[in-house]
Structures are given as structure tokens and as C-alpha cells.
Design a protein. Structure first.
Length: 440
């Protein structure tokens, strides 16, 4: 059996390594267009923020190490065409072109940053942040003392993490978001306004409900960003506007955003082709339908499950909840499962409950406010999702909430779960107990 994996990042290498362990006698070939593999891009904002120096810390495995494990890894090689009828790929590399056959094809081509047509401008100090090359270039720009005014366009995960990095370095930051709030798909207004207020108090110029119309070069250097709320001057611009799946070369069924449509095991409608990672959809277990979740955790777990499935082993992965978190200033933001917005868009009837409580006792130093929002079924009270925002203890509690949702628990059961208690960590009734008990 010849298995060809296109893409050597999180999904591709997770699949290849696990499948090779499962089926040592099968040939596993990994095609990667860059010179490196297994790159953890999630570390880029912290690298840019000068919290560590060595880029190798973001690489979990070198091509040489992968080859030593029995994989055939071919870097600096790009797939230019797929002939699914004859089960062949056309490859381009330094030596020219060649044709490679396969028995099973695993597409792990990931996604690329969306870069809108904002006009003509010098791109020298306009960045995205996805690759190692991006990180090195943006870090160099942030290290220059003359680059003090940073404009971030887009208030998603990367946009807020870059804000945190720039603020850590003492920069003047303007963040532009066209929606009414940052992180609007993951967090409700009542949750995220706490963080937005903290950003403004920290000195950020936060422009919400604001669209960018054009970027142009400033006469005295830097840039002028023309927006629906006036002009913004900046020395550095960071584009954080989401991702476009790299699937153009594959003639397979796709979602409206270009992500490949697959079943719960990652299979396309071609019996010999699978897809996983940021180029494909996955099954959302609480929503009950396929969604696009470009998260490293999703890519790694889905790929490992697929490697077991194709090797004929039992699998235990039933889907995903999109559990995710990030740090902004002193705040932890975490969410899992179905949001109220997702439910509305899917036509799903839900009830919600929002509470503000404390993360721990008042007599031990470090008590902070914490906000919990639960989303659940109206009749059964089965938990569907939740979000937690606070300065201490939010992420760990969302992990517990993800377990409860996966287990099909109700709000009543959450109210009586036997969580740990000690004054430095919680109150006698943990905030999750309280949230479960007040849900009606």
C-alpha cells in the first residue's frame, strides 16, 4: 500500500507518523512545499513578542528525524495537479516535474491568510502571521525602535494575540474590527466587552464596526489606513482576516469557503482520497453538522483518528467542540461547543444562562471576577456549549465544561459535579456549579 500525504505540518505529520507505526510495511510519502515540517505556528505571536528566541522551539520534528522513523519525506516539493482517475499526482521541485502514483491520498494542505485588495502600497511592513518566515519578518519589524505605531486589521485569535505581543513590547496599537465586537464568533457581547474595555484602558485604539477601505503609503513613511471611521496612521500593519483553505488544485466537493467536504472519518466522495486539517471540514458533535474549525488541536486529533481508521483499528473520536482559548492582557478567554450565535445561524432552539461570580475565596489573595455563559437545550437541559472569561481559572473550567458536554450532561448534573475546593482555587460551590444551578 502506498500512502501519499500532501502537506507536512500538524495534520500531515500526525497522520503519517501514526499510520507508519500502525502499518510499518506500507510506504508513506510526505510531500511538503516548504523546507521544514511539523511547524507549530501557534507560538508565533509569542515569538514576535520576544518571549523566546529560538525558532526551532516551534518545530517538533525535522525532516531528517521523520526520515529516520521510516517516512519518505520530500521537502521543497509542490503538488501542481491531481489525476484522481489514474490516481497520480504531478509534483514540481528543483529537479523539474515528476508523476507520483498513490493507493490512498491524504490531503493536508492547510490554509493561507486572506489578504484583501486594499489598493497599492509598499508591502515591506505589511504582514500576515502564519509561517516561520512571517514570524521572523514581523519580529524584526517590531524590534525596530522607529516602528511604534502598529495597526492590526482583524480581531480574531491572531489579531488579539498580536495585540498582546505588541502591547508587551510597549507599542501603540490600533485594532480594527468590522464586526461590532472582537472574537464575535466565539464570544458573546456580554463576555467580550470585559476584554475590550481592558484593551482600551491599556491604551489601545479599538475601532469596532469599522471597515478598511484602502491602505496607502504615507508621505513621511509608514502607512495610512483609510477606514469607515477615518484615517489611521501606522508604521507596521498586520493583517488578521481569517484563512482560505488551500484546495484549488483538487476537483472535489467543497464548502462555500473552499474547505473539502469529508465524512466523520475524513473521507471525501472519492474512495481513495481523504482530507484533514485546515483544508477540510470536521464534524461538530454538539451542533450535529460539519463545520470549519482551523485549530491545531482539531488537526492533530482528526489525523491520528484517521490513521487508526485506515489501518483497521478501533476509533473513539466522535467529533469536536471547537474548544479554544487565548490570553489577552491579564484575561483568560475560553469557549467550547455551540455558541448562541451558532445556534441562531443553524436554526437550533437553545436557552442561555449568564452569571458573574468569583474564581476563589476572598480571604486568599487573588480573587477575581469570572463570567460564565452556558448554552443548553430548552427541554432536556443537556449542555451544548459555554464560554468563560476572567483573569484566573477560566481555561481550566472550560476544559471541565468540554468533558461535561461530551458526556451529554445536563445543567442540573453540572450543578452538583464534585469539583475540587480549596481557598486558593475556588469557593465551596465552584462557579461552574453555580452556573449549572441557576440555569432555568
Amino acid at each position: 500500500m502506498k500512502i501519499v500525504v500532501v502537506g507536512g505540518n500538524a495534520a500531515g505529520m500526525s497522520f503519517a507518523a501514526k499510520y507508519k507505526r500502525n502499518q510499518p510495511s506500507d510506504e508513506v510519502i510526505v510531500i511538503e512545499k516548504r523546507s521544514y515540517i511539523s511547524f507549530g505556528g501557534c507560538g508565533l505571536p509569542y515569538f514576535v513578542g520576544d518571549m523566546f528566541e529560538d525558532t526551532d522551539r516551534m518545530i517538533s520534528r525535522t525532516p531528517e528525524q521523520a526520515i529516520q522513523s521510516g517516512l519518505d519525506v520530500r521537502v521543497n516539493t509542490e503538488v501542481t495537479a491531481l489525476d484522481s482517475q489514474n490516481k497520480t499526482l504531478t509534483l514540481r521541485h528543483e529537479g523539474g516535474e515528476e508523476t507520483l502514483g498513490y493507493d490512498k491520498l491524504i490531503i493536508c494542505t492547510g490554509a493561507r491568510p486572506i489578504v484583501p485588495a486594499f489598493g497599492e502600497y509598499n508591502t515591506r511592513n505589511v504582514f500576515t502571521l502564519t509561517s516561520m518566515e512571517d514570524g521572523l519578518a514581523l519580529k524584526e519589524a517590531f524590534q525596530q525602535a522607529s516602528n511604534q505605531r502598529i495597526c492590526i486589521i482583524g480581531g480574531g485569535f491572531i489579531g488579539l494575540e498580536v495585540f498582546d505581543a505588541a502591547h508587551h513590547l510597549g507599542k501603540q496599537v490600533t485594532l480594527i474590527e468590522r464586526e461590532a465586537h472582537v472574537m464575535s464568533r466565539q464570544f458573546s457581547p456580554e463576555s467580550i466587552t470585559l476584554v475590550e474595555s481592558a484593551m482600551v484602558e491599556a491604551g489601545a485604539d479599538l475601532k469596532l464596526g469599522c471597515s478598511v477601505e484602502r491602505i496607502r503609503d504615507a508621505e513621511n513613511g509608514g502607512y495610512v489606513i483609510e477606514t469607515s471611521q477615518g484615517e489611521v496612521e501606522a508604521d507596521v500593519v498586520v493583517l488578521s482576516l481569517g484563512f482560505k483553505p488551500n484546495t484549488e488544485q483538487f476537483d472535489l466537493p467543497k464548502a462555500p469557503n473552499g474547505a473539502l467536504v469529508v465524512n466523520e472519518f475524513g473521507a471525501t466522495d472519492d474512495a481513495h482520497i481523504y482530507a484533514v486539517g485546515d483544508c477540510a471540514l470536521v464534524h461538530h458533535m454538539a451542533l450535529g453538522e460539519s463545520v470549519y474549525l482551523p485549530l491545531a488541536t482539531v488537526a492533530n486529533k482528526q489525523a491520528r483518528m484517521m490513521a487508526d481508521h485506515l489501518a483497521g483499528k478501533d476509533t473513539f473520536l466522535k467529533g469536536f467542540l471547537g474548544s479554544s482559548c487565548l490570553k489577552v492582557l491579564d484575561y483568560e478567554l475560553a469557549c467550547t461547543g455551540v455558541t448562541e450565535l451558532m445556534a441562531q445561524q443553524a436554526g437550533m432552539a437553545v436557552k442561555v444562562s449568564v452569571i458573574k461570580d468569583k474564581n476563589q475565596t476572598d480571604y486568599f489573595p487573588g480573587q477575581e471576577d469570572i463570567l460564565v455563559k452556558l448554552v443548553y437545550q430548552p427541554e432536556t437541559k443537556v449542555l451544548l456549549g459555554g464560554e468563560i472569561v476572567g483573569k484566573k481559572g477560566a481555561v481550566g473550567r472550560v476544559n471541565a465544561l468540554a468533558v461535561a458536554i461530551s458526556a451529554g450532561m445536563t445543567t442540573e448534573q453540572l450543578g452538583y459535579l464534585d469539583f475540587c475546593y480549596a481557598p486558593p482555587f475556588a469557593r465551596t460551590w465552584d462557579v461552574l456549579n453555580v452556573a449549572g444551578n441557576v440555569a432555568k
